[in-house]
Design a binder for this molecule. Sequence first.
Ligand code: ZN
Length: 352
Amino acid sequence: MSVPVFDGHNDTLLNLYMNYDASAEQFFQEINGGHIDYSRAQKAGLRGGFFAIFPPPYAGLSVPDPEDYLMEEGYDVPLPEEVDAEACKRVTDHMIDLLYRMESSSNHNFKVVTNFDRLRETFAHNQLAAVLHFEGAEAINPDLSNLENYYQKGLRSLGLVWSRPNAFAQGVPYRYPSTGDIGPGLTKAGKSLVKKCNQLGIMLDTSHLNEKGFWDVVSVSDAPIVATHSNSYSLCPISRNLTDEQLNAIRASQGVVGVTYSVNMLRSDGKMNRDTSLQEIVRHIRYIVDLIGVEHVALGSDFDGTTLPNELKDVTGVPKVVDLLRKEGFTLEEVHKIASQNWMSVLKKTWK
Ligand code: ZN
């Protein structure tokens, strides 16, 4: 039996929305290409995760590709422009609708979970638990007037930004080599949003935030600090990764970092090269565990949202990562923490 996995970040809703006409049924009928569908998730032991809503790259919402900005020694992708909030709201509503249609076409195998008891139950019953996550707060009004409405619709995890600016904060552009200390911190609205999320019990995700924004969240938030899909800057000096100081702040807050499988965030050369060993994933996990402890490290694949090592291929490659963790000397108990329990306990501490 495979080790059950609760994963920090996927863009499967985006894949279905962009490439399969937002078909909920497609998820249960196998998806050619992409990284996750229901049967592959089952095979891999994937029992839950954060399902991101990311307003996708269509006209006016373009996403730059680091490969277009390669330089001799790395890259420096310009920060995309702020996107249209109304367009983001429309896309967000469509994708929320898609998530609930997935639940209703799942024959009780896929559940959108909004409280901890339901999460634990769903996980224990070998169903797939989905936590509704926004990757970027563009759909939220700067006066927060629609935040509770999204909470009612199931929003339980929020990344203030993707790697672009919005009314609340500034995302970190993809730059290698560079720390994430690029640009200003949270706006006044951003700080209010953090406090309101604390009150409602919405988990706050710092992945994609620049460094000043990260430290603003640390000083304003009273919940555990979380990065759903980020790695160690000491091992791979890309702006999206976290310095040792940031990782220590995550530990101090009882938070968690989800190690991501993006090749350019794993490799010490920061290259977008699929010929990347799975040992690189283990290397980041080992480093962060040694620095901040095994209670604070989890998985944050970025399936359907990034370039993966060839060896991993898709979600069915996760058991290989689990095997490598065992070979690296992690006990089965530690592997269970990394694979699922650490995310579960952070949600237990964060949700009301
Ligand atoms: Zn992301």
